[in-house]
Design a protein around this ligand. Structure first.
Ligand code: AMP
Length: 395
């Protein structure tokens, strides 16, 4: 696996695909700059080698060149974070981009305009990719968040750098962290899957059954399993058409020697609201008119004991409706357990959408071993797929 550490960038212009798809408020202030911070080590290494950096990214979902999606809005923040006055090219290809790239001196940083102002980016157009490739000497992919997309800047452009392409620090770390879970995990390996729906995680569950010793199924997902086993789940969220599948997953797990842990009790509410009345129910006997919105105390204890004996932990998806304060307790308790296990030497990876939001919100981000930056990319990796953006570098 070739990374930026294997290349001396002195005198070279690095064309880096970063993920600067950051959230902006109505005044175009960045409300969370994590993604820019995450790309910093790669940029700094190249500058310190004596190279120049050309950054390309998408922002939002523009229809053509919509000013509100211009990357111009983030130039100031990127400059502040990197500590270098960043230049800006008002187009990512063509004369404007080529002139800015050719005038760029070593030690300087150039940010190109939003790649998705051109439809050719998402369609993975070869000619557009070739135009991008003219801008740099080395292609670096440091965007895990888009590595599952076969777009021009994430995948297709790599073919124009047959000898001069590599992974940036961030993408390399993502790949190594996933490897630590899926291939080299110290046993016992535990996967915790929560969130709303079984249907969005079936392929993940099926793929990881071969890799784990313990599987915790929590959150809204668990009710489909409980109902399939004959429990009464009241008005809890459930995918009736996935009940057969849930039973099949349990059978597969048993055949593979995987211990599955499902909540034994829940905090049930009489409405989907933070102000609802609540009661603790056995998971198999939730009354009609009530819905399980968080893991109950016995479930938290059960999950805590599984977490503390595990040496490798993957966590994807919350254990309850953590967005509502009164139903965040199960997710917070789990975060605490994982933090404690991590302190004792367990490798823990949190990834994929809402669990990342939860660990950030509750202050666990620096208490776990690794927080992934990719939602969809993370899920596809856990499904066992080779991501096109990663394959294009390895080829
Ligand atoms: P996912 O994107 O599949 O990881 O699902 C995350 C969402 O699942 C969050 O917005 C949670 O509020 C939701 N969720 C977790 N547990 C429950 C539950 N018991 N009932 C309804 N929604 C839930």
């Amino acid at each position: 696996m070739k990374t930026i550490q294997d290349i001396n960038f002195e005198g070279k212009k690095a064309l880096i695909r970063v993920d600067f798809n950051v959230p902006l408020d109505d005044d175009f202030n960045i409300t969370d700059a994590t993604r820019i911070q995450a790309a910093k080590p790669t940029i700094i290494k190249i500058l310190e080698d004596g190279g120049a950096v050309i950054l390309m990214s998408h922002l939002g979902r523009p229809k053509g060149a919509e000013e509100k999606f211009s990357l111009q809005h983030i130039v100031g923040k990127v400059s502040e974070i990197i500590g270098v006055e960043v230049k800006f090219a008002a187009n990512c290809v063509g004369e404007i981009a080529e002139k800015a790239a050719s005038e760029l001196q070593m030690g300087e940083v150039l940010l190109l305009e939003n790649l998705r102002f051109h439809d050719e980016e998402k369609s993975g157009d070869v000619e557009f990719s070739k135009q991008l490739s003219k801008l740099g000497d080395v292609y670096v992919n440091d965007a895990f968040g888009t590595a599952h997309r076969a777009h021009a800047s994430t995948t297709v452009v790599a073919q124009f750098f047959p000898q001069n392409k590599c992974f940036g620090n961030l993408l390399a770390q993502e790949i190594l962290s996933l490897k630590k879970i899926l291939e080299e995990g110290e046993k016992p390996v535990l996967a915790i899957l929560g969130g709303a729906k079984v249907s969005s995680k079936i392929t993940v569950i099926e793929n990881i059954l071969d890799k784990v010793d313990h599987l915790i199924i929590g959150g809204g997902m668990s009710f489909t399993f409980i109902k399939a086993q004959g429990g009464s789940i009241g008005d809890s969220i459930c995918e009736d058409d996935k009940q057969e599948l849930a039973l099949d997953i349990l059978k597969q797990a048993e055949a593979k020697g995987v211990q599955v842990h499902i909540p034994v009790d829940v905090i049930a509410a009489d409405a989907f609201s933070n102000d609802a009345n609540t009661q603790i129910c056995d998971i198999n006997s939730i009354p009609d008119g009530w819905q399980g919105l968080d893991a109950g105390p016995k479930s938290r204890e059960l999950f805590n004991s599984v977490v503390l004996v595990s040496k490798t932990i993957l966590w994807n998806g919350p254990l309850g409706v953590f967005e509502l304060e009164n139903f965040a307790g199960g997710t917070i308790a789990l975060g605490n357990s994982i933090a404690e296990a991590t302190k004792n030497g367990t490798f823990s990876l949190v990834g994929g959408g809402d669990s990342v939001a939860a660990v950030k919100q509750f202050g666990f981000a620096d208490k776990v071993s690794y927080v992934s930056t990719g939602g969809g990319a993370m899920l596809e990796s856990l499904e066992g797929k080779t991501l096109p953006g990663i394959e294009a570098i390895l080829k």
